[in-house]
Design a binder for this molecule. Structure first.
Ligand code: SAH
Ligand code: SF4
Length: 357
């Protein structure tokens, strides 16, 4: 039997464990502080605990749910990518992106993904399994330790790595609760963004429950025919329903919704698509409280699409701006290290299959 992961234990779990072990209740706070404030990952170094109890903790719990398999850094070292193997060997990717005044961690919520968006390397690799809350949390702690060694802190978190957060809703939100716990890691909810492909029940639940955390919707197309082809789940949750849920989110939370759009040359980058997007926003949302992120496609090996050319991107953006919509063209990060979602794991899987031939 594998040991339970320490980061999967809630504070209440820790308290009952202490009771079972006949240890004083205040140790729960000590352990919590060690894990989430000191960021200690070795129980033997939790020096405010008695030495025998430290050994006991190490025997009862797994403190290392992530085993580093491959790491890569872009030439400028501003994008760093980590491929971990979980206890059962499932691969998971975590990315660290450094900006001038921000350090953003990109976390995975699943190993692989079952949605199968055609352009996405994670989609191309298929679904392995959902992560536990502890495995999601451990990714943020890992990055925070690396940054601390460089005199920096993690300032933003995006749940935009492998997998679909709203198909692993409970673990994802339990992890966010853990990371924002003021008695522990104390991360600001407003500096966290969850990205969904458009799982309608997830958006509705999130709207009811999490008004502080930011939401991003991966849209990529403004008509159902095109979106059905790019993002297969659109057949289950079509655009009209999605936009209705988005309006619910905006009305209820009064927070800006991010719309993600991977620009694919000749596929979804025409001025007509931009106009259709603006039309939908105008028609379906009670106020245009959205920010559109235009991301030139990261090439993946199993999709023959290419990133849009500079003039096409400019024309697309111009239409949105004419319509009064806020948008940003994102510079693709870490293309030289396959830092796009799922790309490193996909590359390794391909190498392995070549090895076996
Ligand atoms: N499953 C969630 C979150 C993970 S994907 C979602 O789909 O939103 C994170 C983001 O990366 C999504 O916006 C997704 O559309 C985008 N993405 C995936 N593959 C990409 C690629 N090859 N180029 C550019 N963006 C990509
Ligand atoms: Fe899954 Fe998101 Fe990739 Fe689509 S884009 S396959 S939902 S990870």
């Amino acid at each position: 039997m594998p040991l339970p992961c320490i980061y999967d234990q809630s504070f209440a779990d820790m308290q009952s464990f202490l009771q079972e072990m006949k240890e004083p209740a205040f140790r729960a706070k000590q352990i919590w502080r060690n894990l989430y404030c000191v960021l200690e990952e070795d129980p033997r170094r939790m020096t405010d605990l008695p030495s025998a109890f430290r050994d006991e903790l190490g025997r009862k719990f797994d403190f290392h749910p992530l085993r580093l398999d491959v790491q890569a850094a872009s030439a400028d070292r501003k994008t760093r990518k980590f491929l971990f193997l979980l206890a059962d060997g499932s691969p998971v990717e975590t990315v660290l992106m450094l900006y001038d005044r921000r350090q953003t961690g990109c976390l995975s919520t699943q190993s692989g993904c079952g949605i199968g968006c055609r352009f996405c390397a994670t989609g191309q690799m298929g679904f392995r399994r959902s992560l536990t809350a502890g495995e999601i949390t451990a990714q943020a702690l890992y990055l925070a330790r690396i940054l601390r060694a460089e005199g920096k802190v993690l300032t933003n978190l995006v749940l935009m790595g492998m997998g679909e957060p709203f198909l692993n809703y409970d673990a994802t939100l339990a992890s966010i609760a853990r990371l924002t716990d003021p008695e522990g890691f104390g991360f600001g909810a407003r500096r966290i963004t969850v990205s969904t492909v458009g799982i309608l029940p997830g958006i509705e639940r999130f709207t009811r429950e999490h008004s502080q955390v930011n939401l991003a919707l991966s849209l990529h197309a403004a008509d159902d025919d095109l979106r059905d082809r790019l993002v297969p789940i659109n057949r289950t949750y079509p655009l009209a329903d999605l936009f209705q849920a988005c309006d619910g989110y905006i009305q209820q939370t009064n927070r800006r919704l991010s719309l993600e759009w991977a620009l694919i040359d000749g596929v979804n980058d025409s001025p007509a698509q931009a106009r259709r997007l603006a039309g939908r926003i105008r028609k379906s949302l009670s106020k245009p409280l959205v920010h559109i992120n235009l991301i030139p496609l990261n090439r993946t090996r199993k999709f023959d699409g290419a990133p849009s050319q500079t003039e096409r991107i400019a024309a697309f953006r111009a239409v949105l701006e004419e319509e009064g919509l806020a948008c940003t063209v994102r510079v693709p990060r870490g293309v030289d290290i396959a830092a796009g979602c799922g790309q490193l794991a996909g590359m390794k899987a391909d190498l392995a299959s070549v090895d076996q031939q």
